[in-house]
Design a protein around this ligand. Structure first.
Ligand code: PMP
Length: 452
């Protein structure tokens, strides 16, 4: 095959695989089928994972859309090691360590407009629940305590906390968990295959769907609505870039009614779409931005929320010795995460990785869209360094074709992809080269040609 020369080189087989895989209840995984025939990973470097046998597998997904700088990058590894040896842990309640303040400043500097204060959590899910709580508490402190309703969107993914699944729009993530949060509405999603098939970048059709917000606000009255939360680009439900003008229209309606606009940039932040945040790509300034994943290039768990100055300021008006926001996590601004983040942000800047994404975007779009005439391909969407390939579902077995595609990509084509329903999603590390983009497209072509 035309596969890249294996960079495994001296990486000999190592880690021992346990005989008993039973105790680990794996997240978002069909446990029984995985444990019968596991897909194991033991090492990683740059664009590649390595299996226990030492096989190099191209990482087509940056882990879970998070290892933006590539794997096991020396400066990030060194920063984590040095931090662990110097200050392993420090509380962020009532005490501080210097890197927490530095990394907050660095993240605030990447954010648009007057988004200039950062609240730290440890994951995307915690970032989302933090933002929703801040939205309601902010309305309280500014004397608008009747504003408690939250508005999400169909096909939105905002993590797995009760707040996140309530504003989220994925049936399977909601239906097992009872009544969820009260007072939540959903905008329609923005995907329409007839109007948008095989779009590169942002589709022309769909900006008018933002006007549904006006209808929801009219139904409940603006005085009851706290916030709208959307992913600027919906990622986990199959990569849905925003229709041109859609986010501007949401912003305008929120402004008209005093409603906060929250962007969940857990995937779209830190370069995935060629900018620090997608808000910059789209020229829309939200009131809060949720982030996670790429903030540490996936190396140490970290998430958080960047908020506009007026939101922070509104909390700072009470007596100085009283806690302003009764919220936080034991591991908020964990020293290892802060050190990892500072190092990852340095790599992004020093290697101009966000600029690299913009330079690669047309190459990437061309390579992936070239697969459009292969069997079972219904649609392809690309934006930044993201792509989705919708496959026709097998009759009576929704998801089975994509599941087989994911499994065979890994075992036969040395490529890691992600799937959602019958959609293949690709989000490689931002360090990917033109040649490696070609390799991914070749692997997918060989797979799709033989997938029945
Ligand atoms: N929001 C979005 C947009 C996400 O894509 C994700 C994770 N894929 C989350 C929130 C949740 O992040 P985590 O898994 O770190 O809780």
């Amino acid at each position: 095959s035309a596969a890249a020369p294996s960079p495994a080189g001296s990486l000999a087989p190592q880690a021992e695989i346990p005989n008993d895989l039973e105790a680990f209840w794996m997240p978002f995984t069909p446990n029984r089928s995985f444990k019968k025939n596991p897909r194991m990973i033991t090492r990683a470097k740059d664009m590649f994972y390595f299996t226990p046998e030492g096989r190099a597998v191209m990482d087509g997904t940056a882990g879970l859309w998070c290892t933006n700088a590539g794997h096991n990058r020396e400066p990030i590894v060194a920063a984590i090691q040095a931090q662990a040896a110097e200050l392993d842990y420090a509380p962020a309640f009532q005490f501080g360590h210097p890197k927490a303040f530095s990394v907050a400043s660095r993240i605030a500097a990447l954010a648009p407009g007057d988004l200039d204060h950062v609240f730290f959590a440890n994951s995307g899910s915690e970032a989302v629940d933090t933002a929703l709580k801040i939205a309601i508490a902010y309305n309280n402190v500014r004397g608008q305590g009747t504003r408690t309703r939250l508005i999400g969107r169909e096909r939105g993914y905002h993590g797995v906390g009760f707040g996140g699944i309530s504003v989220g729009g994925i049936v399977s993530n909601r239906k097992q968990f009872g009544t969820l949060l009260a007072g939540v509405d959903h905008l329609p999603h923005t995907y329409n295959r007839q109007e948008q098939a095989f779009t590169k970048g942002e589709p022309d059709w769909g900006a008018h769907l933002a006007d549904e917000l006006e209808r929801i606000v009219t139904l409940h009255d603006a005085s009851t609505v706290a916030a709208v939360i959307v992913e600027p680009m919906a990622g986990s439900t199959g990569v849905l870039p925003p229709p041109k003008g859609y986010l501007q229209r949401l912003r305008a309606i929120c402004d008209r009614h005093g409603i906060l606009l929250i962007f969940d940039e857990v995937i779209s932040g830190f370069g995935r779409l060629g900018f620090g945040f997608a808000a910059e790509r789209y020229g829309v300034v939200p009131d809060m931005i949720c982030f996670a994943k790429g903030v540490t290039s996936g190396t140490v768990p970290m998430g958080g929320v960047v908020v506009r100055k007026p939101i922070y300021d509104a909390f700072m008006r009470g007596p100085e010795h009283v806690i302003e926001l009764f919220h936080g996590y034991t591991y908020s601004a964990h020293p290892l995460a802060c050190a990892a983040s500072l190092a990852a942000l340095d790599v992004y800047r020093d290697e101009d990785l966000f600029g690299h994404v913009l330079r690669m975007e047309p190459v990437w779009a061309e390579a992936i869209h070239a697969l459009r005439d292969l069997p079972n391909v219904l649609d392809i969407r690309t934006v930044g360094l993201v792509a989705a390939i919708d496959l026709a579902s097998r009759p009576d077995a929704v998801g089975a074709r994509a599941y087989e595609a994911m499994d065979r990509c890994f075992r036969e084509h040395d490529l890691m992809v992600r799937i959602t329903g019958d959609t293949i999603a690709l989000t490689p590390p931002l360090i990917i080269s033109e040649t490696q983009i070609g390799d991914i497209a070749d692997k997918l072509k060989r797979l799709l040609t033989t997938l029945h």
